[in-house]
Design a protein around this ligand. Structure first.
Ligand code: NAP
Length: 286
């Protein structure tokens, strides 16, 4: 039986429409949510990503400010820009596009972003809040994956979930969110000896590795929900994920495509975090 598709484009569209309504409500109170996107250097992929983020923002009625700097910008200059944005009342979210040039310490820059405006959810404070179950911004990619599970009626409660990958921006926060949603979670990584032994037991598999065909049909429990975060290129230079989509979709119950799965949801959740930040600011202003 073929798996059902989790359509990230359709779900992201619905979320953008909901965000637009929240933006309109804030505007009616005299507050326009604002996102600042800071790009340093001319990495071609980063340029595409920031363009999408700015367009997404504007499509919902938010204000977006794109600050572009030459790769020679010093760390001190970038930190000064972040500090200025931290105190700018028209800005509710700050996103510094990664990767940064090698001479800039990305961790230092992320930590400089006010926790109130850390809409990427990458700071130590945001990660700590997630870890101990306190409110805070959740990293957009895992947050989007949770929304996809919700959208298909898959409650993680009591389920076995396997997350492949343990990065700070995807794997670890994904595992934390699943744990908070009462799944029994296993995190696998490059030193996991028998990946298939874990994934075969899983009701939910999230692949966040960055390598093609990390998850094949023989590694998946029939009916499992498979979420593919990976972004790779195949021999024909076509975008593909970590999952062998053709094979796994014959076994899984639900599966996300690449493209059109997690990617659009990541972008949508950035809007959700930004509007939420503006709502908190509006609440504080009352
Ligand atoms: P990352 O920092 O490179 O982490 C990759 C993880 O995969 C590491 O934890 C690594 O283990 C693990 N790994 C590597 N080879 C493995 C193997 N053979 N078996 C099991 N685990 C293995 O990457 P990331 O930033 O988390 O991103 C992962 C992928 O998601 C990339 O393709 C990225 O482009 C994509 N991504 C997509 C979106 C989106 O919106 N769609 C957003 C973010 C990232 P070790 O820790 O042991 O090295």
């Amino acid at each position: 039986m073929a798996a059902q598709l989790i359509d990230g484009n359709a779900l992201a569209k619905k979320i953008r429409a909901e965000v637009a309504e929240r933006v309109a409500a804030l505007k009616a109170r005299g507050l326009q949510p604002g996102l600042a996107v800071v790009l340093v250097g001319d990495n071609p992929a980063s340029q595409v990503y920031v363009k999408h983020k700015v367009n997404d923002c504007e499509s919902t009625g938010m204000r977006s400010v794109l600050e572009k700097y030459d790769a020679s910008l010093s760390e001190a200059e970038l930190l000064a820009r972040v500090h200025a944005l931290n105190t700018d009342p028209a800005i509710h979210g700050i996103l510094v596009q990664l990767p940064l040039p090698a001479h800039i310490d990305a961790n230092k820059v992320i930590e400089a972003i006010s926790p109130k405006k850390d809409v990427d959810g990458f700071s130590v404070q945001s990660a700590g809040a997630l870890m101990i179950g306190q409110p805070g911004f959740r990293p957009c990619t895992p947050y989007g994956c949770m929304k996809m599970l919700e959208a298909v009626g898959c409650s993680p409660r009591g389920k076995r979930a396997v997350v492949i990958g343990r990065s700070n921006i995807v794997g670890k926060p994904m595992a934390m969110l699943l744990l908070q949603a009462h799944a029994t979670v296993t995190i696998c990584h490059s030193a996991t000896p028998d990946l298939a032994a874990h994934t075969r037991e899983a009701d939910i598999v999230v692949a966040a590795v960055g390598k093609r065909n990390v998850l094949t049909a023989d590694m998946v429990k029939p009916g499992a929900v498979v979420i593919d975060v990976g972004m790779n290129r195949n021999e024909a230079d076509k975008l593909c994920g970590d999952v062998d989509f053709d094979g796994v979709s014959k076994v899984a119950g639900w599966i996300t495509p690449v493209p059109g799965g997690v990617g659009p949801m990541t972008r949508a959740m950035l809007l959700v975090n930004t509007v939420e930040s503006a709502e908190r600011a509006a609440g504080a202003a009352v």
